[in-house]
Design a binder for this molecule. Sequence first.
Ligand SMILES: C[S@@+](CC[C@H](N)C(=O)[O-])C[C@H]1O[C@@H](n2cnc3c(N)ncnc32)[C@H](O)[C@@H]1O
Length: 339
Amino acid sequence: MFPIPFVEEVIDRRTKPGQTVIDPFCGRGTAPFIAMVNGRRAVGCDINPVAWLYARTKTDPHPDLKEVSSRITEVWESVKSEDEKPEHDFQKLAFCGNVLAFIRAAKRTLDWRESRLDRTVTTLMTQHLHDKLGRGLSNQMRHSRAMSPNYSVKWWKRNGYDKAPEIDPREFLTKRAQWRYARGIPLPSVTERPDVLLGDASESLPDSALPANLVLTSPPYSGVTNYRSDNWLRLWAIGEGPSKPDWSPEQKFLDIDKYVHMLRKVFEATKARALDDATWYIRSDARAKTRDAITSVLKELLPDHRLKEKQAPYRSKTQTALYGDHRPKPGEIDLIYTH
Ligand SMILES: C[S@@+](CC[C@H](N)C(=O)[O-])C[C@H]1O[C@@H](n2cnc3c(N)ncnc32)[C@H](O)[C@@H]1O
């Protein structure tokens, strides 16, 4: 995810209030969200349903805590007895019967694509689906990404987590909702809410009333992250994936020709929605594969722009640095195209 101070600084320096920011690979919607709360218009898009769910709820949550709590109760009341039966060992060790039943009822009941209320409840459930023991709905798990089912089962058994924790999902999620709403929900300051669409940005990027002054984005990095496998459990919980993951390498963008083709299509669609003299601010993996793919496509698409590169250092220690390897890492680089 983009660090919030980074997005604030770029939007503040590169746009004026009322102007438009576009992020074709908006992930969890950091850029549209920060644009909105700072009085900018924004459009965004993401192909991953979990990312889109977060982005939409972040920029347009249901305003009423009471209705959110009632909807959580409605889901709980729609549980059927067969909902608590696990399909396999992973489900049995990951979630207690009540949690599994709640997830299944939510999948059946909540129309997160169309209803803002249902989207808000689905987002709450998805955000807390897996985490450290006691912090989420699951047995001990990472919050950032779900490991493979077989690995997880072996790890739980080996480390003494051989029973899923007993949790009342209605009470748990209602408390989380209360905590969130007590901190306040974001309101657009002057402009309207960002338009964030679910789909491939080469086809689904929304049209804005005003062409963008700033393109601020971070494409998937070639060969680094597979957004679908990392999110397999959340995708299953919202009805967008199987109960055991497929590790399709497609989303890892290993084939460089396909990667460049995808970037070109998305950036062409972005260019069609941006001013000719828009600034393009792209955060990229500093490694040659991703960086060269991006710069080769943008050299063609933005022949009259000037490119400035800025090293974007890691803000926190990398895994290897924690183990004593302090050599510089390739890290990330900002590619800034100005007219
Ligand atoms: C590096 S992440 C962006 C993270 C984002 N800046 C944030 O703050 O959350 C790249 C995103 O691009 C999305 N993506 C990959 N291919 C896409 C496509 N063709 N159209 C739209 N989004 C795509 C992935 O699902 C992923 O969420």
